[in-house]
Design a protein. Structure first.
Length: 348
């Protein structure tokens, strides 16, 4: 019998959001971003509880493994915290996974966890191991702007969506090509265009592409290192939750060239991760370069071209904002035409 995904209660004004850094912390020169985000979040009606880990950073992490694990665990178990949003990602979140009490987490009341980059290492493992939905989307410091761009602003609508209903997001018009934390908000300077692996951007005369399945995914740089560990039970998750619906994979990369992307996708494929795929979304690659004349489309075609499912790339996912807020475990329909996409997630 297919199990039901567990959705946390809708996030509402007056709720408490905890901020912890299970991967990288924030250096002193960027503490103003934390202050600015807190001010904005309080203005829109949330209480903010800040963990000690967010203020420190050394050797790529906010604090020793035990400290990071304990603070995250404490917030996940705290009865008066409704959501957790780390400041951003980092490098070594995987270190804390063996230190978490997974049996306790399976029994705990669910709460939203939102983030991307290395935070997706936890989101991926948490949803796969517990069946609790998690949110891949903006990190805490991404929410400092007032106002937010239309796509980033959808994080609140998505996390406030009640169980049994659906929420829609549409692709961005422009994206940010480079980061500059000295400039407030995002600098959306480049036109967005989703593309299909089977022929580039569609035209008005091309039939619409549409597919449905349950979402799962994250940052390839980090979730791929969970292969072969207890923290990536993909086949069991599919068996328990997705046999009837199939899976929509969403994947993005940071600091990976075309060959890296091919190698990571090849490994995932050999491990059977794509066996029940209904479609695949690839985010805009950050820090990307080709290898000689081996390009991104070559990597995607070599790894995914024989799966017989739609593959969309340069989508609004990952390190080149703005990005969709995607719910791991949500039954989702993706539609695409003329370089634009729509995502409809059902919380059922």
């Amino acid at each position: 019998m297919t199990k039901q995904i567990i959705f946390p209660k809708p996030l509402a004004q007056g709720d408490t959001i905890a901020v912890t850094a299970p991967s990288s912390g924030v250096t002193a020169d960027l503490h103003p971003l934390l202050h600015k985000t807190r001010s904005h979040m309080e203005q829109i009606g949330f209480n903010i509880k800040e963990g000690d880990t967010i203020w420190t950073h050394n050797k790529c992490v906010s604090a020793p493994q035990v400290v990071r694990a304990r603070e995250l665990m404490d917030f996940l178990m705290h009865p008066n915290i409704q959501a957790i949003i780390p400041p951003w990602g980092g490098e070594f979140l995987m270190d804390i996974l063996p230190l978490l009490d997974w049996e306790q987490l399976k029994e705990a009341p669910p709460k939203w966890v939102l983030g991307y980059s290395d935070i997706s290492t936890f989101l991926f493992a948490y949803t796969l191991r517990t069946g609790v939905a998690t949110a891949h989307g903006p990190n805490y410091v991404d929410l400092s702007s007032d106002p937010l761009d239309p796509l980033t602003a959808r994080w609140l609508t998505v996390l406030g969506n009640p169980k049994g209903s659906a929420v829609e997001q549409v692709s961005s018009t422009h994206y940010q090509s480079a980061w500059n934390h000295e400039v407030p908000g995002f600098n959306l300077d480049t036109k967005s265009e989703w593309k299909s692996l089977t022929g580039g951007a569609t035209t008005s005369s091309t039939p619409e592409i549409s597919f449905t399945g349950r979402l799962i995914g994250g940052c390839m740089d980090t979730i791929s290192i969970l292969i072969g560990t207890p923290y990536a039970p993909v086949q069991q998750f599919v068996q328990d939750y997705c046999l009837e619906s199939g899976v929509i994979w969403y994947l993005e990369s940071c600091e990976m060239n075309a060959a890296d992307i091919y190698r990571h996708l090849w490994q995932m494929k050999q491990c059977g991760w794509f066996e029940h795929a209904k479609g695949i979304l690839i985010g805009r690659p950050a820090g990307y370069s080709s290898i000689q004349n081996f390009e991104l489309t070559d990597a995607l075609t070599a790894a995914l071209g024989d799966l017989g499912v739609p593959v969309l790339y340069d989508t609004d996912i990952g390190h080149m904002p703005p990005q969709l807020t995607l719910i791991n475990g949500a039954l989702t329909t993706i539609t695409y035409q003329e370089g634009q996409g729509k995502v409809v997630m059902s919380f059922e």
